[in-house]
Design a protein around this ligand. Structure first.
Ligand SMILES: Cc1cc2nc3c(=O)[nH]c(=O)nc-3n(C[C@H](O)[C@H](O)[C@H](O)COP(=O)(O)OP(=O)(O)OC[C@H]3O[C@@H](n4cnc5c(N)ncnc54)[C@H](O)[C@@H]3O)c2cc1C
Length: 559
């Protein structure tokens, strides 16, 4: 668990014409003890330019310009220049930004030697029509369908969030960009290589250029590069934004991945939960509600400051311990295994909406109790729709078992599961997960969030070490409780149910409150394992802190 401190708002709009609507999404670069902050300044009517201010240390504004440092000059940016990011490579500063001409939003570059004068280099991603992109990429059949459902229309393909790595890697320049829903990566010896032929070749091998895919529940709609990657001994630390929801009601949160230093296409670790998300008023409501959009960082000692646009209306900052974050990422390293197909041996309903699916197990396949894998359905059009599901079988069994709650209204993968029959196939991708057993404690689950705990309890039982572990299981109704009898047999009186909707004799009713925890937990110095929907986890976590639980004692995963 990573403790994040929200430092609050550091910059708001002013009455100056160029920034009288909002200020947001800053590029940050540190020079000595000062931070240079180049931010998106928006004047009424949504016309953006780049404003400038200087900070003394991480949080104190020392100097602020009353005119923009960069304004739109060319047709391709005629409606605004937005969302800058900055790095220093060799002796040059590279500032990327979104050039918006009222219809297309494409990544552009400006270069500076002194942070005062910037020379525009033009667009550095191609202007390609959506139908041309689809015609090249779709027949490859190796990418998610979302590329074709999210990028629709007859205009040009939006290609934003261009962010450079802050040094050459094996003599090459690397930059990320984002065509929804994933982050792609370009590497070139020099920017002159970015010709029409280069991009044709790039799109012809598009699947090989995808760097990071949405993996976890609160980022499943799409992701995009955030801050320039930070070089660490463990790998490149990438702080990016993850988006989830339905159109018009998206939440943008801040997430982290660790990439290989020599080959950033290799993802070493991916934090299964968001680092932080909109929670304060200034993040929850503004020009666009529920947005934390990270674009720059600065390191002071071990404290990493993350600067972000909050609700598209102001600039805020959050801080955390870099060494703790790296420690957490090392714990969730991805085991890179080759994807393989596995036959379904049986499917049955455990509850009205939960399936138990048993499959073959690949030879020499291993995982820890509590871990999950990315699974897709081996059927036309579904092979690239990867979703995380936890193993509920034990590592030493000769089959795999999954316990899966279905959501027909999402029109996603779990709806398709309801149509599967014996001998259909899954594709088993990478294994990962934060929840592993770290000692006796209190397990708190909401709905399908109980799945990692099922595996852990079955494992502990198999080695006769179920001990005094407690499970608090929250569901809406009695009919939603998964494997009630088995959990009762495993845990006896330490199996505690709470129902938010049903009133049933012998079951607690309501939500998990501080009072409920006090009444049911005897020792708050133990480990706490949390897994379930985001809102439940947030709530319980807050109460546990109030009850004196140390953040190091909390292990969690959001479903
Ligand atoms: C590490 C991990 C392990 C997990 N293990 C398990 C497990 O063992 N068992 C289990 O049951 N679950 C598990 N989950 C949760 C599971 O991955 C999700 O429930 C699953 O991905 C849902 O997939 P879906 O395609 O059906 O729906 P989604 O991917 O949630 O939705 C598909 C699309 O529907 C839209 N949508 C989103 N929300 C709504 C809404 N409220 N109404 C309508 N449309 C919506 C979105 O546009 C979305 O792109 C796990 C999650 C994680 C992170």
């Amino acid at each position: 668990m990573i403790r994040v401190t929200k430092e609050g708002v550091i910059l708001r709009k002013t009455d100056f014409d160029f920034e009288n609507e909002s200020v947001l999404n800053p590029a940050i670069i540190r020079e000595g003890d000062s931070l240079y902050l180049f931010y998106r300044a928006v004047r009424k009517g949504n016309y953006s330019s780049i404003g400038f201010c200087k900070l003394d240390g991480p949080l104190t504004v020392k100097e602020r310009f009353d005119i923009p440092i960069m304004i739109p000059e060319f047709e391709y940016e005629s409606h605004g220049i937005e969302d800058p990011r900055i790095v220093k490579i060799d002796d040059l500063y590279y500032m990327t930004y979104v050039a918006y001409n009222g219809t297309n939003a494409l990544g552009a570059l400006a270069i500076s030697k002194d942070l005062k004068h910037f020379e525009k280099q033009g667009l550095i991603v191609p202007e390609i029509r959506i139908n041309e992109f689809t015609a090249i990429v779709q027949p490859m059949d190796k990418v998610t369908n979302k590329y074709f459902t999210m990028n629709v229309g007859s205009g040009f393909l939006m290609n934003k969030d261009v962010v450079f790595f802050p040094r050459r890697i094996n003599n090459k320049l690397y930059f990320m960009h984002r065509i929804k829903p994933e982050i792609q990566l370009v590497s070139v010896n020099s920017l002159q290589e970015l010709t029409k032929e280069f991009w044709e070749n790039y799109f012809n091998h598009f699947d090989e250029n995808i760097m990071l895919k949405p993996r976890y529940s609160q980022e499943l709609s799409y992701i995009g590069a955030g801050c320039p990657p930070i070089e660490t001994n463990e790998g490149w630390l990438l702080i990016y934004h993850g988006v989830y929801g339905i159109s018009g009601k998206y939440t943008y949160s801040v997430r982290v991945a660790l990439l290989d230093l020599e080959d950033p296409r290799k993802v070493i670790a991916h934090l299964p939960y968001q680092l932080f998300k909109p929670a304060n008023d200034y993040e929850l409501s503004g020009i666009v509600n529920k947005v934390c959009f990270p674009t720059g960082t600065a390191l002071f000692g071990d404290t990493l400051y993350i600067y972000y646009g909050a609700a598209d209306q102001c600039i805020a900052c959050a801080s955390l311990s870099l060494s703790s974050l790296l420690g957490e990422l090392v714990n969730v390293k991805i085991q890179n295994k080759k994807a393989c197909s596995i036959k379904i041996k049986s499917i049955q309903h455990l509850t009205h909406n939960v399936l138990k699916i048993v499959t073959e197990k690949p030879p020499a396949f291993d995982f820890y109790p509590g871990q999950a894998a990315e699974i897709s359905i081996n059927k036309n059009g579904w092979e690239n729709e990867l979703r995380p599901f936890t193993f509920t079988s034990l590592p030493n069994e000769n089959h795999l078992e999954f316990t899966i709650k279905t959501y027909p209204s999402h029109k996603g993968v779990t709806k398709q599961l309801l149509k599967l029959v014996e001998n259909d196939e899954f594709i088993l991708h990478e294994v990962f997960g934060t929840i592993t057993y770290k000692g006796e404690g209190v397990f708190i689950a909401g709905g399908a969030g109980v799945t990692p705990f099922i595996c852990i309890f079955r494992y502990l039982k198999s080695i006769n070490k179920i001990g005094n572990n407690v499970l608090i299981f929250a569901n809406r109704t009695k009919a939603d409780i998964i494997l009630q009898q088995e959990l009762k047999n495993l845990l006896g009186k330490n199996f505690i149910n709470i129902l938010s909707q049903d009133k049933v004799l012998g079951y607690a009713q309501g939500r998990i409150t501080k009072q409920f925890l006090k009444a049911n937990v005897s020792d708050f110095s133990k480990k706490f394992y949390l897994c379930g929907p985001e809102s439940m986890i947030d709530n319980v976590e807050k109460q546990l802190y109030d009850l004196g639980v140390n953040e190091k004692s909390i292990v969690k995963e959001e479903f």
